[in-house]
Design a protein around this ligand. Structure first.
Ligand SMILES: *[C@@H]1O[C@H](CO)[C@@H](O)[C@H](O)[C@H]1NC(C)=O
Ligand SMILES: *[C@@H]1O[C@H](CO)[C@@H](O)[C@H](O)[C@H]1NC(C)=O
Ligand SMILES: *[C@@H]1O[C@H](CO)[C@@H](O)[C@H](O)[C@H]1NC(C)=O
Ligand SMILES: *[C@@H]1O[C@H](CO)[C@@H](O)[C@H](O)[C@H]1NC(C)=O
Ligand SMILES: *[C@@H]1O[C@H](CO)[C@@H](O)[C@H](O)[C@H]1NC(C)=O
Ligand SMILES: *[C@@H]1O[C@H](CO)[C@@H](O)[C@H](O)[C@H]1NC(C)=O
Ligand SMILES: *[C@@H]1O[C@H](CO)[C@@H](O)[C@H](O)[C@H]1NC(C)=O
Ligand SMILES: *[C@@H]1O[C@H](CO)[C@@H](O)[C@H](O)[C@H]1NC(C)=O
Ligand SMILES: *[C@@H]1O[C@H](CO)[C@@H](O)[C@H](O)[C@H]1NC(C)=O
Ligand SMILES: *[C@@H]1O[C@H](CO)[C@@H](O)[C@H](O)[C@H]1NC(C)=O
Ligand SMILES: *[C@@H]1O[C@H](CO)[C@@H](O)[C@H](O)[C@H]1NC(C)=O
Ligand SMILES: CC(=O)N[C@H]1CO[C@H](CO)[C@@H](O)[C@@H]1O
Length: 724
């Protein structure tokens, strides 16, 4: 604050102030202020009065008039405050100290015109303190300090820009801190006064607080107090009588579907609510009304059984009125959740019994109505008699006419007669017949009934004379049975036939057997294999009735079985001949006879002759029997030598006569009592000479039934073998 040079250097100008005579041109009465040792004079230019120290005096003419160096008085005294006094010869002038400027805006002045030094406002010059600084004007000076948001660097406040190296620099807050669940949306800078704006992250919603942060003078971000909350719709609202189909999720997009509780139905409104991005469930305004089916509708011809409740599950039952029957289905309706009576589909139709039942030979007395309760009466026609207890019928609730216990029976007259039968019992409508003694019922019903037509239906009973079931049993053709069957034609009878055979001539002989025959024939026939010359007893039993008829049959003597001879030609008087015996021979009564026939001329041989087997019988021809052998005494194979000179069955087997030719014939004979059967066979040809025989083939089978011709040695002969 001491006086120093200011920013403005005053050019020193010598200003000669001449004492001017006061001439009243100045407004201010200067003259009055003139010093005692001064005079008031007009200014030389006539522009007013001035106070001039009297000569020799040095002074300002008003306050001071002193002699000599004015400046020595002191600048403050002579020039005023904040001045410097510059003495000049005989005068002086003033200049302002640094930081001040004269009020007359002249570089130098003499304060006698009122000029003084006043403070200079340096701060009027902008930018004097530099960026971010503020200028403070002082008395004769100024200083600088930093604005808000700026901080001094290189010195301290206050500072002077020309004298200090200090300066102001803006405050920098740096990057703003992050805010939870939000993102930095924009930032204008990081220095003082900068603004950062935050927004909530997706899925979060702003709840409260400041979105912006501002960089403060203290270098800190202020603000951004925003609170972001996760979007959640929380629990969906509960609506009356409605349930929720909700999986518990309250995030945006989740849905809840409302449905009406049991007993309530959805009568309107929206049943869907969605969680929106602003955390609200969209409006669901489902309207659930209590189900009420109201009064059920009546069904035609039906009675309603209803307890007057019409909520869900309430029931109403229908029952057809009397005389009506339900031909439909359900007879119960239930109040459904849809608010409707459902289920009954009955259809009550009037019961009709239709036409009354027809009764034979009865007249109907009927009104023609088939309704329940209608009645019909019956009355038998003329010529019929009435039986039964109830002659009327009523149409019942089941749609049927009641049964009528009424018969109208025709009158048939006397009971019919059946041949060989008698009536056991009868009333007017039924007669029972029975065969008289000695007859049996053959077939047919034994009851005659009086028919509706008034005629008897005769019993079909046939009475036949009682006969044995096996009748007229006979044996025919030796082996076969035939009899008459007494039975129903269509019946099949099983017959058991047993037979046993015996022979007087063969004590140990046994033959017998059993056969069954199943037959429907009236005259059954059965052929057996009966052995010859046997007395048989044959029984035929009808097994169903166990009736047995017996017959005897004596089989006849059969021709003997042919022996199997080996035909040979011999040239010796004692030829040995061979045979195989047939096993079917009747051993006890069978004999073999060997005949010798000398060959001469035309020969005939009768097998049946000579019939006699007696040795004594005389043979008239040249032929003779040379041996008789009982068959039972030989085996199945037998050799016989002709002319061995032995006796066979009282026949002498004589030697053949030499030089002659013979035929040897074997005769088989069956003889029982007076009956006899024989069979002959040519056994051999014998040449008792020395001739050589030329033999044409003549087999052992050359047995002859009736006749055989043999040609030998150029002449012919014939012989006959006759089997008796
Ligand atoms: C912050 O931002 C949200 C939108 O993001 C706006 O709804 C809210 O009013 C803002 N808050 C203030 C205090 O400005
Ligand atoms: C619930 O349903 C929504 C769709 O509506 C699905 O996105 C979500 O995953 C489900 N939440 C659960 C817990 O099942
Ligand atoms: C919701 O309402 C719609 C139409 O209104 C219907 O089709 C749907 O069945 C209803 N859903 C439920 C669960 O009731
Ligand atoms: C959410 O719902 C409530 C109540 O219905 C309402 O007051 C509020 O304004 C809704 N908010 C928005 C963001 O729609
Ligand atoms: C309904 O029908 C059933 C048989 O279908 C029967 O048993 C029942 O008695 C009937 N109820 C009425 C009220 O007629
Ligand atoms: C039915 O029978 C009663 C006696 O049982 C008799 O009085 C009535 O006349 C009979 N009716 C007819 C139509 O025959
Ligand atoms: C006669 O007898 C039969 C059998 O017993 C019986 O069914 C019928 O009704 C009777 N007839 C008469 C007119 O009595
Ligand atoms: C009538 O025949 C039946 C069998 O058809 C029999 O049972 C009944 O005994 C017979 N009656 C007389 C009397 O023969
Ligand atoms: C059969 O019987 C009769 C009489 O008894 C008897 O004479 C006869 O010899 C018998 N016949 C046979 C082959 O037994
Ligand atoms: C058959 O032989 C028996 C003895 O067995 C006898 O009684 C019967 O009279 C003989 N019949 C004939 C036809 O010879
Ligand atoms: C019968 O004669 C033949 C040959 O001549 C011989 O083979 C056979 O054994 C004889 N038979 C008997 C029973 O002697
Ligand atoms: C008021 C004043 O200073 N008057 C002075 C004028 O001059 C004379 C002499 O020269 C002085 O004696 C006075 O005092």
């Amino acid at each position: 604050m001491g006086g120093r040079t200011g920013g403005v250097v005053m050019v020193s100008l010598l200003l000669v102030l001449s004492a001017l005579e006061a001439e009243g041109q100045i407004v201010l009465d200067v003259c009055a202020s003139c010093h005692a040792n001064a005079t008031c004079e007009d200014k030389p230019d006539g522009s007013g009065k001035v106070c001039n120290c009297k000569y020799g005096f040095v002074g300002n003419g008003r306050t001071f008039c002193q002699d000599k160096d004015e400046c020595q008085i002191g600048a403050n005294k002579i020039c005023g405050q904040h001045t410097m006094c510059h003495n000049t010869y005989g005068s002086y002038f003033c200049t302002c100290l640094a930081g001040y400027s004269p009020s007359n805006s002249m570089p130098v002045f003499i304060p006698n015109d009122g000029t003084h030094c006043q403070d200079i406002d340096e701060c009027r010059v902008t930018g004097l303190c530099g960026e971010g600084a503020q200028c403070r004007n002082l008395e004769g000076s100024f200083d600088c300090s930093c604005q808000v948001g700026y901080r001094v660097h290189g010195g301290s406040e206050p500072f002077h820009p020309q004298m200090d190296s200090a300066f102001c620099k803006v405050v920098d807050c740096g990057q703003p801190a992050s805010v939870e669940d939000s993102a930095l949306q924009s930032i204008s800078g990081t220095t003082f006064g900068s603004v950062a704006t935050f927004v909530c992250e997706d899925g979060f919603v702003w709840r409260r607080g400041e979105n912006m942060s501002v960089c403060g003078a203290d270098g800190r971000w202020r603000g951004a107090t925003l609170v972001c909350e996760e979007i959640s719709c929380s629990d969906p609202p509960v609506l009356p009588h409605a349930g929720q189909m909700w999986n518990g999720s309250s995030t945006p997009g989740s849905t809840v579907i409302y449905f009406c509780e049991a007993g309530f139905f959805h009568s309107g409104g929206n049943n869907l609510s969605v969680c929106t991005n602003n955390g609200n469930w969209t409006k669901a305004d489902i309207l659930c009304k209590a189900v009420d089916c109201g009064e059920p509708l009546p069904e035609p011809n039906a009675v309603m059984l209803w307890d007057k409740t019409s909520t869900v599950g309430s029931q109403v039952a229908y029952e057809c009125a009397r005389g009506y029957v339900n031909v439909g289905k359900g007879n119960i309706s239930v109040c459904s959740a849809r608010g409707k009576w459902e289920g009954a589909s009955l259809s009550c139709q009037e019961i009709s019994c239709g036409e009354p039942n027809f009764k034979r030979r009865a007249k109907m007395l009927w009104s023609g109505s088939s309704r329940v309760g209608s009645v019909v009466h019956y009355r038998c026609e003329e010529g019929c008699h009435t039986r039964g207890l109830r002659n009327h019928s009523r149409c019942g609730e089941n749609g049927l006419w009641e049964d009528v216990d009424l018969w109208c029976e025709a009158k048939c007259g006397p009971v019919p007669f059946l041949p060989n039968a008698e009536v056991v019992w009868h009333n007017r409508s039924v007669a029972v017949h029975r065969c008289v003694a000695g007859f049996h019922s053959w077939r047919g019903s034994n009851v005659s009934t009086c028919r509706a037509s008034g005629a008897w239906r005769r019993a079909s009973l046939t009475c036949v004379e009682i006969k044995p079931p096996v009748n007229l049993l006979v044996v025919h053709d030796g082996n076969c049975l035939r009899w008459r069957a007494e039975k129903y034609e269509e019946d099949e009878e099983v017959y058991r036939v047993t037979y046993t055979g015996s022979r007087d001539y063969q004590i140990r002989f046994e033959d017998g057997g059993r056969r069954f025959l199943s037959s429907r024939e009236q005259q059954p026939e059965l052929c057996l294999r009966l052995l010859p010359l046997t007395n048989y007893s044959i029984s035929v039993t009808a097994t169903s009735v166990r009736f047995t008829a017996t017959v005897t049959a004596n089989t006849s003597l059969a021709a003997p079985a042919a022996p199997d001879v080996f035909y040979e030609e011999h040239e010796t008087p004692v030829p040995t001949l061979r045979l195989h015996r047939s096993p079917d021979t009747l051993d006890p009564i069978s004999v073999y006879q060997v005949f010798v026939l000398p060959v001469e001329g035309i020969m005939t041989f009768d097998c049946s002759s000579p019939a006699s087997l007696a040795s004594s019988s005389k043979i008239k021809t040249a032929e003779y029997i040379t041996a008789q052998i009982n068959v039972r005494n030989i085996g199945t194979e037998f050799n016989f030598t002709v002319g061995d000179g032995l006796f066979y069955g009282s026949f002498y087997n004589a030697l053949l006569e030499s030089g002659r030719n013979y035929y040897i014939i074997l005769r088989a004979v069956n003889q029982w009592k007076t009956a006899s059967k024989s069979f002959c066979v040519l056994w051999a040809k014998v040449s008792a000479t020395s001739y050589v025989l030329r033999v044409s083939s003549l087999s052992a089978a050359a047995m002859v039934g009736v006749a055989a011709l043999v040609l030998l040695w150029g002449y012919s002969f014939a012989w006959c073998v006759k089997n008796a």
